[in-house]
Design a protein around this ligand. Structure first.
Ligand code: 6PG
Length: 472
């Protein structure tokens, strides 16, 4: 066989599926796994794709099998394992070879690795890959950060293996060093917000209306044909309608209400805070997961206080369901506005020049948050590349104007009934805060000046002022 075009290290679920996708698209690939049995099993199961796969038992064999400059994808657990692979590869690779980290790395690690490799002649690509197992196998969304030259070496392959939206590849070069991993992190932050708001709507229908999981599944299935059309809406409907073969119960009813998290949501919030950009919907979603994990403590608190949840004051169930659809839609607009605002701030801070329209475009297919809605976002950023906030895009102004009253109605109804809707509440509060020409920070400034002489600005004069606080 001719030399491989690319190498891949780490044949876990994501790595194995990505390797098969690459081979299937006609790019010969050399693969390596720490345990040789895994490499052998992978090769044995590759069927017709075997002639495009070179199974390797050592790093030396892997490196020898690839056409220089060699792109080598690392698909191992984020953190130290990535550094270990880089250290080992560094000894064997030559100038212009490209190490590609395709895991969910913290972009700050990616920046460090990019800088560390600068003097070695090797280059580093931090590549966000979204779409789970299915996406890796049949077309993920791919977010690339690195040098334009190293991207040139792999762009054709990445376009080929990525998901397509109306024929357009959902893969793009987004900027230098950590740009790709940063954008993937915010993708996940938005994913957290989307999932949490969906779970809150489920909570309103389950606890406030008393609907069963399959009944709620029907509602989501209907919504999937409208403005909420998205992968997450679609799978929510499927999940809610699934039956547990052992008990005959709806599957969601037999799942513990405790959700894990691997870090990308938290990183989104940390970075937003570092830059002073509100990301409150994402933050509420991350916090809700953390609270979900404290199961025993919540049970103890319920014993003390009671769950305090009651049925909704409901006149018309269909009307409520229509309102919920619009409320979820308004919540999404707030969450995405925050996510894009965080990316805009990071773009300035790190000099990435992130192309917002391209980001929205490559999220339209392949990734977990893929949706019709992202096509509207792409169109708005295409019309105005310097859009300050999605909430100010003319098309979104119209959407938000029609949807925010429902968000207010749902949040207030849920709050009255004692049903926690933290992410939807945060989305509403963000909107209400964002649209206030005069808020209440005048009082904060006065307080700061009172206790710390921090000064304040006046509405009727330039410069820094201090108050006559009558301290005596
Ligand atoms: C994706 C997913 C993927 C993974 C997350 C889940 O875009 O394909 O986001 O990256 O499912 O790691 O994150 P948590 O485990 O933190 O929920």
């Amino acid at each position: 066989m001719a030399q491989a075009e690319v190498g891949l290290i780490g044949l876990g679920v994501m790595g194995a599926n990505l390797a098969l996708n690459i081979a299937e698209n006609g790019f010969p690939i050399a693969v390596y796994n720490r345990t040789t049995e895994k490499t052998e099993a992978f090769y044995a199961e590759a069927g017709d794709l075997q002639d495009k796969i070179v199974p390797c038992e050592s790093f030396e064999a892997l490196v020898a099998a690839i056409r220089p400059p060699r792109p080598i994808i690392i698909m191992v657990k984020a953190g130290d394992p990535v550094d270990q692979q880089i250290a080992a590869l560094k000894e064997l690779l030559e100038a212009n070879d490209i190490i590609i980290d395709a895991g969910n790395a913290n972009f700050r690690d990616t920046q460090r690795r990019f800088d560390d490799l600068k003097d070695s002649g090797l280059t580093f690509i931090g590549m966000g890959v979204s779409g789970g197992e299915e996406g890796a196998r049949h077309g993920p969304s791919i977010m690339v950060g690195g040098t334009p030259e190293s991207y040139d070496r792999v762009s054709e392959m990445l376009d080929a293996i990525s998901a397509k939206y109306k024929g357009q590849p959902c893969s793009a070069y987004l900027g230098t060093d950590g740009a790709g991993h940063f954008v993937k992190t915010i993708h996940n932050g938005i994913e957290y917000a989307d999932m949490q708001m969906i779970a809150e709507v489920y909570g309103v229908l389950r606890d406030g209306v008393g609907m069963t999981a399959p009944e709620i599944g029907d509602v989501f299935a209907r919504w999937d044909n409208g403005r909420l059309d998205s992968y997450l809406t679609e799978i929510t409907a499927k999940v809610l309608k699934a039956t547990d073969p052992e008990t005959g119960q709806p599957v969601p009813d037999i799942i513990l209400d405790r959700a894990g998290q691997k870090g990308t949501g938290r990183w989104s919030v940390i970075e937003a805070q570092q830059m002073g950009v509100p990301a409150t919907v994402i933050e509420a979603a991350v916090a809700a997961r953390s609270l979900s994990a404290a199961k025993a403590e919540r049970e103890a608190a319920e014993d003390v206080y009671g769950a305090g949840r009651g049925a909704l004051d409901l006149l018309d169930r269909d009307e409520l369901i229509d309102d919920l659809e619009l409320a979820l839609f308004a919540g999404k607009i707030s969450a995405y506005a925050q996510g894009f605002a965080v990316m805009a701030a990071a773009s300035d801070e790190f000099g990435w020049n992130l192309p917002m329209d391209t980001i929205a475009k490559i999220w339209r297919a392949g990734c977990i948050i893929r949706s019709q809605f992202l096509d509207d976002i792409a169109a708005s950023f295409e019309k105005d590349r310097d859009l300050s906030n999605l909430l100010m895009a003319p098309d979104f102004v119209a959407m938000m104007k029609s949807a925010h009253p429902s968000l207010r109605h749902i949040v207030s109804t849920a709050v009255k009934a004692g049903i926690a809707v933290p992410a939807l509440s945060a989305a509403l509060a963000y909107f209400d805060g964002y649209r206030q020409g005069r808020g209440t920070a005048n009082l904060i400034q006065a307080q700061r000046d009172f206790f710390g002489a921090h000064s304040f600005e006046r509405i009727d004069a330039e410069g820094a002022h201090h108050g006559p606080w009558g301290l005596d």
